[in-house]
Design a protein around this ligand. Structure first.
Ligand code: FUB
Length: 312
């Protein structure tokens, strides 16, 4: 092999290894990663699975009391910027619910908006007791100030915000199926009727919407339970409010048997990545999860090539 080719091969393999160190965070459980690029840096806003203090939370279920934010410039070295929000600091939330589930964060007009679901004070069991709140910061790392009330009219979990080129923001969320509505310019209130996406296959639980746009096409991506556990699927549309045409599977169900998967898709330094989770650090209990990332590629026709999880 000519010297120049062998050198490029070495550089290629070194860089592939540098981009595939899964799981991404080793010193705590993390789940539901939303990856965003702010100020040229990659930020991840995950949920934070914990083992709750004795006598609190729900045994054998998800337990999350707060959120941390992490950043990286190479997907290998991650900085934990610490806690950005705690359940006890959210005025409308049950401070002992341990239900700070999958979040999202976006930037608009120089501010950073952190969207999170949690259980309302005095709510019963089930996803019905959840709503979605917003906390606002001047920097991606925070400090984030939670708003006094949750978003009026929203019942459910897994917020995702997509901002189109014209500045219009859309909020998507789930409660067994996917819901969506326009957001007002203040990013805190709905500005349209709530739409359900009946064209998305309705058989089996669907949650965790994540919408993005590429080459003028809107991609609605989501975890779906076709049998026992979640796999990542997607549809496409020429409108952020659909209808979306179902296209296929982004990632199959995990071989580990982990019940949930929850993802986001981001372009960083001209490469697309799928962020998702599995139970690498807790092989015997799938409610203590760990976030991962792998490269994602598109076919010439815009279809997403299925991603095979790597572990290194
Ligand atoms: O992390 C708790 C819940 O599990 C999320 O909100 C769902 O998307 C699933 O990942």
């Amino acid at each position: 092999i000519p010297k120049t080719i062998s050198l490029s091969l070495i550089i290629f393999f070194l860089s592939v290894n540098a981009f595939a160190q899964n799981p991404l965070i080793m010193d705590q459980f993390t789940a539901d990663p939303t990856a965003r690029v702010f100020n040229g840096k990659l930020y991840v806003f995950p949920s934070h699975d914990i083992v709750p203090p004795e006598g609190e939370g729900r045994a054998e279920w998800f337990n999350m009391a707060d959120y941390h934010v992490f950043s990286s410039e190479n997907l290998t070295n991650w900085t934990d910027h610490g806690k950005i929000l705690d359940q006890k600091d959210v005025p409308w939330a049950d401070p002992k619910a341990y239900s700070m589930w999958a979040p999202d964060a976006v930037s608009k007009n120089g501010k950073f908006y952190f969207y999170f679901p949690t259980r309302l004070k005095d709510a019963g069991d089930g996803e019905k007791g959840f709503s979605i709140g917003v906390a606002i910061a001047d920097k991606p790392e925070g400090p984030y100030k939670p708003q006094p009330n949750h978003i009026e009219g929203v019942e459910g979990i897994d917020p995702n915000v997509f901002i189109d080129k014209d500045g219009q923001a859309y909020l998507y969320w789930s409660r067994g199926k996917i819901y969506g509505a326009k957001l007002k310019d203040n990013m805190l209130e709905l500005d349209s009727e709530i739409k359900t996406f009946e064209e998305i296959p309705q058989k089996g639980h669907i949650e965790g919407p994540f919408v993005f746009k590429r080459n003028g096409t809107f991609y609605m991506t989501y975890p779906h339970v076709p049998n026992n556990t979640e796999r990542l699927e997607y549809g496409t549309s020429d409108n952020p409010m659909g209808p979306f045409t179902h296209q296929g599977v982004i990632m199959d169900e995990s071989a580990s048997g982990t019940w949930t998967n929850h993802h986001s898709i981001v372009n960083y330094k001209d490469q697309w990545y799928l962020f998702y989770h599995d139970n690498d650090l807790s092989p015997d209990f799938d409610k203590n999860r760990s976030i991962r990332a792998d490269s994602l590629f598109f076919e010439e026709n815009g279809n997403i090539r299925k991603v095979t999880p790597t572990k290194r």
